[in-house]
Write a protein that binds this ligand. Structure first.
Ligand SMILES: *Cc1c(COP(=O)(O)O)cnc(C)c1O
Length: 431
């Protein structure tokens, strides 16, 4: 067998390789289930592409105003069908997930309205969007107030406090599906559906937005299947399939998405402008590949969980829990271990493998962040990557992998770096 030799060529020691192989042997059933979900989602995407008669003309782009851009308009119909929504906005003009979320929020909140997060603190970059940390053009600056209800200590929804927080100003409820940079659990679509039903029962007419980042295609249903009025995310995560070079999406009701089009372009102009230049083929192909790419990332996450849990680290989720996003957090306990882990992921990158990750400030984040990413699409986190703010409990967030073999190699490299620096011992028990 050639495998051990190629591992040695890559600089992975026999001890590390053998621990990894024994961990992997126990995961076959788990992987089978992940593949089953991928097959279902592949069929869902194919069905939408067939129904909307995607053809070669859709793959070319437009310039200038982009009037009558068939590819762009058809792509938005495909997305709306996959998410079972009336409408979708899917464009390269949404520069990232934060931008898509900011558009969705600012389009649907007016001065005097209140935004409620019933799931605790939102993702770091949204703090400035909302105005939790003051920023020009924040919702707060535009007269939109914000209220937050924290999760219960066991990570559940605090229903009495949520009911008490909903008032006559409450207009929009934002629910973040993925844990982001926190150690709380990620919510299943079913749990999100229960929360949506609860808040809408308190106040019919509330708009519910779900930050769906990292969650797409990890389950057979999406939050839009359980009552969300808008689901929002980034194309340089799951639904870009590693192919999309830029973009974000908002899928939801006509009423909400129409306003987002006006916010993104201009009132009165809306969805009819926005040249797609030359990205259409990548957006279609990436969406088509996304179910299996997401499955590869999920397998990598489960493998990392099982490996690090068997070495005694706290991991969220653990290797047996059901998965609702592609993020794996591993509490490494020290800045040194976070950096070593990131060095391993970086060393496994197809691009920039020789670069050393160093903790540094990142716009939109309050703490220094260490990031490992050597991606074909800059900063892409559906590609193999790891990052985390340098703050206790020193948890690294690992995600991505366009193929499972690559995700596996990345995880092996991370352990190799920790092992070389004496930050883990591979004792008799684990060997
Ligand atoms: C990544 C992420 C965002 C922001 O997306 P960017 O593309 O990085 O701007 C927002 N919310 C969650 C939960 C995320 O994971």
């Amino acid at each position: 067998m050639q495998t051990p030799t190629i591992y040695r060529d890559l600089g992975i020691s026999d001890e590390v390789a053998s621990v990894c192989e024994s961990v992997l042997a126990g995961l076959r059933d788990r992987f089978f289930e992940i593949d089953r979900v991928a097959e279902y989602n592949q069929a869902k995407v194919l069905l939408a592409m067939k129904k909307n008669r995607v053809d070669a003309a859709c793959l070319t782009g437009t310039t200038g105003y982009g009037h009558d851009d068939k590819g762009r308009d058809t792509l938005e119909r495909v997305w709306a069908d996959v998410f079972h929504t009336e409408a979708a906005l899917v464009r390269p003009h949404l520069t990232c997930g934060t931008h898509a979320l900011a558009v969705a929020l600012s389009a649907n909140l007016l001065p005097g309205d209140e935004l409620l997060s019933p799931v605790g603190k939102p993702y770091d970059t949204l703090e400035e969007v909302i105005g939790i940390r003051p920023s020009p053009c924040s919702l707060a600056e535009n007269g939109v107030s914000y209220r937050q209800v924290d999760l219960t200590p066991d990570g559940g929804f605090d229903y009495p406090a949520i009911a008490a927080a909903i008032n006559e100003r409450t207009k929009l409820v934002t629910i973040q599906r993925s844990k982001g940079y926190q150690m709380r659990p990620t919510f299943s679509v079913k749990q999100i559906g229960e929360l949506i039903a609860f808040v809408k029962a308190q106040k019919p007419g509330l708009t519910v937005m779900v930050d769906n980042c990292y969650g797409e295609f990890t389950e057979e249903i999406e939050p839009s299947d359980v009552g969300a009025d808008m689901v929002v995310g980034s194309l340089i995560k799951n639904p870009g399939g590693g192919m999309a070079p830029i973009g974000g999406y908002i899928a939801g009701s006509n009423a909400c998405v129409q306003r987002c089009h006006y916010r993104l372009t201009a009132p009165g102009v809306g969805q009819d402008v926005g040249a797609s230049i030359s990205v259409m083929r990548d957006l279609y192909q990436g969406f088509f590949l996304s179910p299996t790419v997401t499955a590869s990332a999920l397998k990598g996450a489960v493998f990392a969980a099982k490996l690090y849990e068997s070495l005694g680290f706290r991991v969220v989720p653990d290797s047996t829990e059901s998965r609702h996003d592609i993020i794996q957090s591993i509490e490494l306990g020290s800045p040194e271990a976070m950096v070593a882990f990131a060095e391993g992921i970086q060393a496994a990158a197809p691009v920039d493998s020789y670069v050393a990750p160093v903790p540094s400030p990142i716009p939109g984040y309050a703490d220094e962040v260490v990031m490992a990413a050597g991606a074909f699409v800059q900063g892409s986190s559906i590609e193999l990557s790891a990052d985390g703010p340098i703050r206790p409990p020193y948890a690294i967030y690992f995600q991505g992998g366009l193929t499972f073999p690559h995700a596996k190699l990345g995880v092996m490299y991370s352990l190799q770096k920790l092992y070389e620096k004496g930050l883990v011992t591979l004792d008799e028990k684990t060997l």
